[in-house]
Design a protein around this ligand. Structure first.
Ligand code: CU
Length: 216
């Protein structure tokens, strides 16, 4: 590579590094017993400037029906996101929501069928199935691009935040109300936040009660 080209390539790398060197938030979410909490949605809404415009994700967002369960259980999305609902089971499903931000109904009678739903209003949408009443999932529709879902270790990382003040919110299906607080992010560096959530008991039925029964 000629040296001029190499130095401009290096400059591009340096500029890219500067562009991504914004504030990061690293959250650790635990319950009252100190156990890590998965499926908590940590979001940061900017208070000093409007959120950047919605840019569609290159990867389609999917909530699969598989093993007579929704996977994943919790899906955070930016308002304006279209979510696909492929049915990977050999049985039919009939997905529905009666939640205010997005009431809808989609019968997915055939295995391999997929329908998509546009989530354009912020709020929490609870999904059920008219055929399998234990099936439940949540779509958390947010007005900010800065959010993350905690993993099995209770960790959620939100990166690339411009410096400034944010309304931080932690949502979980078993919280009576989201946890809210204001945080301030510096130009660079990571802000570590630990959250201890007081969760309601988990009433989920973990497995399809009828097992592999045919046609149901
Ligand atoms: Cu179903």
């Amino acid at each position: 590579m000629p040296s001029a080209a190499r130095s401009s390539a290096l400059l591009a790398v340096a500029l890219l590094a500067a562009a991504v060197r914004a504030g990061d938030l690293s959250a650790l979410v635990r319950d009252a017993a100190g156990q890590p909490v998965a499926d908590a949605v940590v979001s940061l809404a900017p208070l000093d400037a409007p959120a950047p415009p919605y840019a569609p994700d290159k990867h389609p967002v999917e909530i699969v029906q598989s093993g007579k369960q929704y996977r994943p259980y919790v899906t955070p999305v930016r308002a304006g996101t279209r979510v696909d609902f492929p049915n990977e089971d050999s049985v039919q499903h009939h997905i529905y929501s009666v939640s205010k931000p997005k009431p809808f109904e989609k019968p997915l009678y055939e295995s391999g069928a997929s329908e998509s739903v546009l989530f354009d209003q912020p709020g929490v949408v609870t999904l059920g199935c008219n055929i399998h009443d234990w099936m439940v999932a949540y779509v958390v529709v947010l007005e900010t691009p800065w959010f993350a879902k905690s993993d099995e270790a209770g960790r959620a990382a939100v990166t690339g935040l411009p410096a400034g003040r944010y309304a931080l919110e932690v949502w979980h299906p078993r919280l009576a109300a989201p946890v809210r607080q204001e945080v301030r992010l510096a130009e660079s560096g990571a802000l570590e936040q630990a959250f201890e959530l007081r969760l309601k008991p988990d009433r989920r039925v973990r497995r399809a009660p009828s097992g592999e029964s045919k046609g149901y």
